[in-house]
Design a protein around this ligand. Structure first.
Ligand SMILES: O=C1O[C@H](COP(=O)(O)O)[C@@H](O)[C@H](O)[C@H]1O
Length: 268
């Protein structure tokens, strides 16, 4: 699968896209587990590790089949490295923490080495936590854990697992907030998130779009309008929803259930 050249920093207009629609959320969970396990096999075979970025929200529950047979015993968990796409600036044991959500629903159920899991430093302010996480990503590049993309100049993750809010936000990049237009930083912060809690750190779009593969996992009727916009509008519109700015280096795969997909024309 050949990568297309990015045409503008952080926007790979020609990345490939596939849309997988399922009637039931349960079928999304089954397909998502196989997709993740297959990519894990591919990257572990090719380079000996698999770098994965997790979102919070409904995604973690939709990953539930990955911690069941056959994957629980067949996936090379010791080769995984886990990063967080965005995080709420709260203690790691707070119910609002994306780390806690991932730990309870996924990480505690599989043998990924603890030192391969990159939680934020929860003792810092949002500004300092963003700086700290960006620095740790850059150190991971120097240590050879992450590769730096020759195409983008940003860290190149193997797989990012994204969710989408009902108004089209991804990570903690929201419609009416400038963070989504950041071009230089790898990680930034927001102090007035429209969705609580208000203080968060988040990957920026240049870093998100430096991923090789992105799965956009969206379920439920609440998301149907934003899904329709994202999959029906031509690119290059002037004020895209954040979700429309997602454009990885190789392949964007949408996983949709019936309620999320029902406003999208069947030929999409
Ligand atoms: O606040 C957040 O929201 C998005 C979407 O969440 P969902 O519950 O609608 O799936 C999530 O991807 C992000 O990580 C989280 O911090």
């Amino acid at each position: 699968m050949a990568a297309e050249m990015p045409t503008e920093k952080g926007l790979n207009f020609h990345s490939k896209k596939e849309i997988l629609k399922f009637n039931q959320e349960e079928q999304v969970a089954v397909a998502l587990a196989k997709y993740i396990a297959d990519l894990s096999d591919k990257f572990v075979n090719e380079k000996g590790s698999f770098t994965v970025v997790l979102s919070g929200g409904t995604l973690i529950d939709t990953m539930r089949k990955l911690v069941e047979a056959p994957y629980k015993d067949s996936v090379a968990w010791s080769k995984w490295y886990i990063f967080f796409l965005d995080e709420r600036v709260v203690p790691l044991d707070d119910p609002d923490s994306n780390y806690k959500l991932a730990k309870d629903g996924f990480l505690s159920k599989v043998p990924i080495p603890r030192e391969h899991i990159y939680a934020i430093n929860d003792s810092l302010t949002p500004e300092a936590a963003a700086d700290d996480y960006e620095e740790r990503l850059k150190q991971s590049v120097q240590q050879g854990i992450l590769r730096k993309s020759h195409m983008t100049g940003f860290a190149e993750f193997d797989l990012m697992l994204l969710g989408m809010g009902p108004e089209g936000h991804v990570a903690s990049l929201f419609c009416w907030h400038f963070q989504r237009f950041e071009k230089e930083r790898w990680v930034t912060f927001i102090k007035e998130s429209p969705k609580p809690p208000s203080e968060r750190i988040t990957f920026t779009f240049p870093l998100i779009n430096s991923a090789l593969f992105i799965a956009m996992v969206v379920t439920g009727e609440d998301a149907a309008d934003a899904v329709k916009v994202a999959l029906s509008r031509p690119h290059h519109n002037y004020m895209p929803l954040p979700v429309e700015m997602v454009s990885p280096q190789l392949m964007l795969t949408w996983f949709l259930d019936g309620p999320a997909a029902h406003k999208v024309r069947t030929e999409c």
